[in-house]
Design a protein around this ligand. Sequence first.
Ligand code: SAM
Length: 295
Amino acid sequence: MRSAAAEPIRWIEIAVPSHPEAVEAVSEILSRVGYNGIAVDVPLDAAQPHVVKAYVVYDHAARIKVRRVKEAIGRLQAFGLGPVGDVALRRIADEDWLESWKAQFTPIGIGPFFVRPSWSSARAMGIEIVLDPGMAFGTGLHPTTRQCLEALGEIDARGRSVLDLGTGSGILAIGAAKRGATRVVAVDVDPLSVRAATENARLNNVAVEVREGSAADVGGTFDVVLANLVADVLVAIAADLAARLALGGTLVCAGIVAEKAQQVGDALASFGLTVTGRDDREDWVRLAFTAPAAR
Ligand code: SAM
């Protein structure tokens, strides 16, 4: 805790306007330097860019962190990974930081769910998911998370096993557990996400087996697999995704930019899955697949 005589901590907000296609890559860069992860402002007007933000303590190391971010964003622009705007910097005081951080997360109803930040006392209007966005991806604000929660709302999860691949905050795994799934396994390659998902499962009083890793690190098969990842990762791990599906099981894939939907569909079809549903939202595509009833 700070002493009364101490100077208030000052922060630098690093903000990068990004096309939806570049949000994941920009988030990854900012999460390398950001205190408590990153935040993504999703615009109400689809014509406006997303804005990915990170906060770094304004100390002697801040200049190096900002330089590293600018270099990495520059390399991203060279890759042509969707339009990425200029890096904007803003100095802010401790109290303002906390407020701007918390202001990103407001209670929100999605399908049958009501996602509530842990500090909000809003009354639940639906199946409540309480989150302390510690900070992993998955507050319910991003369209891809909403697409997955809505899909989960339409699946009868009662008595079924669910794998949440790339769990982030644990939001989908918690939703599955609250919809009556008997076994829920959540994995993520990011240790911070593993920690956040574990803590959030505890906050919600649900049993979720949270592990570090990916589809290849989980044994067995599941009735439902949820995978909100980027298209290139979905294609790269298509064989492992298909292998995790039980006979007749359902796979929900999200985080797919529209122009790569065909590629993801083809990759999973080559492992015997059939596309059974598609949802398009703000350039993002969610695909649903069914595994064969017999092999
Ligand atoms: N499931 C949450 C949601 O729907 O909001 C978070 C989704 S977030 C877009 C993707 C997550 O997948 C990140 O937490 C990232 O660390 C994780 N991830 C990326 N590649 C992965 C992989 N190959 N295997 C497992 N997790 C991965």
